[in-house]
Design a protein around this ligand. Structure first.
Ligand code: PHE
Length: 387
């Protein structure tokens, strides 16, 4: 009887009020920018990175966000163009007022956006831009991946020790800082290791014909051909080599990472080896991530997806540590990040150049798949006494 009275009383009170109980106010979301290229020449870079970022944000928000505050991603596609990357940076720092930003995917694009973030004192962390000059744009600019001095040197070590190469040729894009940087870092180390670069070929940004360069390389008969270029150019270079009935031993860099290399119309790339950041199936630490990613997107995560995922987690760790959304404080926490366990490496520490040290993952294109070859570690490239 008593219970009934209580229920009747409560119902009457609700009817009188006319409203359901008001839910408690939600804390404001933390706005984080994301600039990647999901269209244009480097579209697969951007869509993969965005997938990794979205998965991480979904998991973090589900687990309660940062002290109860959810992350909200404010996304801009920069269409693989530096000028669009710069204008996206302007919008995110002024109109959208993001507290930090993730992006861009390629070094040249990140170099266009970085000065805007530096000036606005909003931390920018690129998951994938490897060119050393990117983080030299200022104290607000970070990256979540290794740098190209290490990458170029590591590839030279692999060419010498694993491929037993004594001579090499290089074909690079003379208008792209990423390509120029890698060509130089590789050449210096390969030469230091006793190898000889017998042909150096360049092309311009808008090139679509590499026949002259390929013929010059063939004439020099190098043991390996290093192509520090992006996948879209590589696909044409490899096809033209095949048309010339030239089958060089192709050696590449992280810019090759795209499933387009595994497509049926990709010719001349079988057996080629390139340096990367991650290879799904290698190392069990990433198992949970690979499973969750496959469940959400129905494919294996690429290195870009893995780096996008790790970068969100690094930024969230820094935001939690800073306990503030002030640019200066977030940057300080990002700079002090250490012992971070990600899917692209364990015990990651943000190094002196606002860049982490991680191993190279050498990958081979084999029967339409990316096959793990081996890791090239920091200590192998730069023995501790030489560091
Ligand atoms: N490192 C490349 C750059 O700086 C981008 C990239 C990273 C591409 C990882 C593919 C995979 O331009």
């Amino acid at each position: 009887m008593k219970t009934l009275i209580v229920i009747l009383f409560a119902t009457a009170a609700m009817l009188a009020g006319g409203k359901d109980p008001v839910p408690p106010p939600q804390p404001p979301k933390i706005k984080v920018g994301l600039i990647v290229s999901t269209t244009g020449a480097l579209a697969t870079f951007g869509s993969d990175t965005k997938n990794g970022v979205d998965l991480a944000v979904q998991e973090i928000n589900k687990a309660g966000g940062i002290g109860g505050q959810e992350i909200e991603i404010v996304f801009k596609d920069c269409a693989s163009k530096p000028e669009d990357a710069e204008s996206a940076a302007q919008i995110l720092t002024t109109k959208k007022k993001v507290v930090a930003c993730i992006g861009c995917v390629a070094s040249g694009l990140t170099l266009a956006a970085a000065p805007v973030f530096q000036k606005a004192e909003v931390p920018l962390i690129s998951p994938t831009a490897t060119n050393p000059t990117v983080t030299q744009q200022g104290k607000m600019i970070f990256r979540g991946c290794f740098m190209d001095d290490f990458q170029g040197e590591g590839i030279a070590v692999y060419a010498t020790s694993d491929m037993k190469a004594k001579t090499a040729a290089i074909i690079s894009n003379q208008d792209d800082p990423y390509s120029i940087g890698l060509a130089k870092f590789f050449k210096d180390k390969f030469t230091e290791l006793g190898g000889k670069v017998v042909s150096e070929q360049n092309y311009r940004f808008d090139a679509d014909d590499y026949e002259t360069q390929l013929k010059a390389i063939r004439a020099a008969a190098p043991d390996v051909v290093f192509a520090p270029v992006y996948y879209n150019d590589l696909l044409v270079i490899a096809r033209q080599a095949k048309e010339l009935e030239y089958a060089p031993k192709l050696l590449g860099c992280d810019g090759w990472e795209s499933r387009q290399l595994l497509a049926e119309d990709a010719v001349g790339v079988e057996g080629a080896v390139f340096a990367d950041h991650f290879c799904a199936g290698h190392g069990d630490e990433a198992d949970a991530f690979v499973t969750a990613y496959k469940k959400k997107y129905n494919e294996d995560p690429s290195s870009l997806a893995a780096l996008g995922y790790d970068t969100v987690c690094m930024l969230v760790a820094a935001l939690a540590d800073a306990g503030s959304t002030e640019g200066e404080k977030i940057a300080r926490s990002l700079g002090a990040l250490k012992d971070f366990n990600g899917v692209t490496g364990r015990k990651i520490r943000m190094g002196a150049e606002r860049s982490p040290e991680k191993p190279l993952i050498m990958v081979k294109i084999e029967k339409g798949e990316f096959a793990f070859v081996r890791e090239v570690t920091y200590d192998e490239v730069r023995p501790p006494e030489q560091k």
